[in-house]
Design a binder for this molecule. Structure first.
Ligand code: NAD
Length: 343
């Protein structure tokens, strides 16, 4: 029997393409793992009426973690539609911390002068506005509730401080809008400061999301670890991805106390589906985060170095990187180049 059982969600749109790239890389490392595809995604909803089927939940229950390709969520038109696969899994599996590193990669064209970024967004992943409590007051008024709990605020704050300590970082910044959303964000802020008392070696502060958003553009080196609520984290992390060269490069992990799911920050980019065009790097780097979670640090290092070598060489050899990096390679070709550099 393999050492690890990894449940794999192939995803929708370009999901299956980037997942197959990540699996090719993982398989070529010799990792002793069984990869089990599960029925989850918009396609599963269309076929079985459930975005995550019973058999998928069963396999998840017997797995070490999930490797997830991006999935499609059709936009609601006011009626209750399919709930996002990612949100369903995060909430049901209690994967409360969404960890999204923003790390510059060598050779990648970026839109600002900041070429050496290294900070992490820790986004609360199970509550806030994404709790999904929405209702209609009348034909002219609809409401979404923003739910914060003491447990939720405490554990995400602790997660941020623990991550800062583990990665030998210096500062944890809480991002809120506590001047306007006084009850919810005020509550979060008070809890954050209480938790900070256990980490006297770390600087900590709170800033408002509008200022944080400006710093993303004018002064992103300001950040080290950001702790924030669900919606703000979602928005800030796409901006952070933009800073390092785009969504094709931004990996992520959804962490709980006993389980985890690894997925790129980006979505299913359906307009490119079937073209083998989108960058596989975000998905491959999400696998690197998975390898570290499994305790396979040296394999993780090897894959990450190979990715960086391709990105660096891609600055001058456009045949080995994808369109978003100014290149002409398919994601299959870029993956082959990464594998070659691992040998
Ligand atoms: P998206 O991230 O799929 O794509 C936005 C744009 O970013 C693309 O058109 C493309 O230009 C670029 N992009 C994305 N991934 C890329 C890659 N790997 N390489 C190069 N460029 C890339 O966002 P969207 O268009 O807002 O959403 C499409 C679908 O994805 C929606 O149904 C949405 O709900 C879903 N989504 C899923 C997840 C998830 O599964 N966790 C996350 C975000 C969005």
């Amino acid at each position: 029997m393999a050492r690890y059982r990894i449940a794999v969600i192939e995803g929708d749109g370009t999901g299956p393409e980037v997942i197959s790239c990540a699996l090719r890389v993982l398989e070529s490392t010799g990792l002793d793992a069984e990869f089990i595809p599960i029925e989850a995604g918009y396609w599963a909803y269309q076929k079985f009426g459930k975005q995550v089927t019973d058999s998928a939940w069963e396999i998840i229950g017997e797995s070490n973690c999930i490797l997830k390709g991006p999935t499609t969520t059709p936009m609601g038109g006011g009626e209750t539609g399919m709930k996002s696969v990612a949100v369903t899994l995060r909430q049901k599996l209690d994967l409360y911390a969404n960890v999204r590193p923003c790390k510059s990669r060598p050779g990648v064209p970026v839109p600002t002068k900041f070429t050496n970024l290294d900070f992490v967004i820790v986004r609360e992943n199970t509550e806030g506005l994404y709790k999904g409590i929405e209702f209609k007051m009348s034909d002219d008024e609809v409401v979404s509730l923003r739910v914060f709990t003491r447990r939720g605020c405490e554990r995400i704050s602790r997660f941020g401080f623990e991550l800062a300590r583990k990665e030998k970082r210096k500062k944890v910044t809480l991002v809120t809008k506590a001047n306007i959303l006084q009850l919810t964000d005020g509550f979060f802020t008070n809890i954050f400061y209480k938790v900070s008392e256990n980490y006297p070696e770390l600087e900590h502060e709170d800033i408002y999301v509008d200022r944080a958003n400006m710093y993303m553009i004018t002064n992103p080196t300001y950040f080290d670890v950001i702790v924030t609520s669900n919606l703000f984290g979602d928005i800030l992390s796409d901006a952070a991805a933009g800073l390092i060269g785009g969504l094709g490069l931004a990996p992520g992990a959804n962490m709980g106390d006993n389980f985890a799911m690894f997925e790129a920050v980006h979505g299913s980019a359906p307009k490119y589906a079937g073209q083998k065009k989108v960058n596989p790097t975000a998905m491959i780097l999400s696998s690197v985060m998975m390898l570290r979670y499994l305790g396979e640090g040296s394999i993780a290092e090897k894959v990450e170095k190979a990715v960086d070598r391709v990105l660096l060489e891609g600055a001058t050899n456009k045949e080995i990187v994808t369109y978003d990096l100014g290149g002409t390679a398919t994601n299959v070709k870029m993956t082959e180049e990464i594998i070659k550099r691992m040998e």
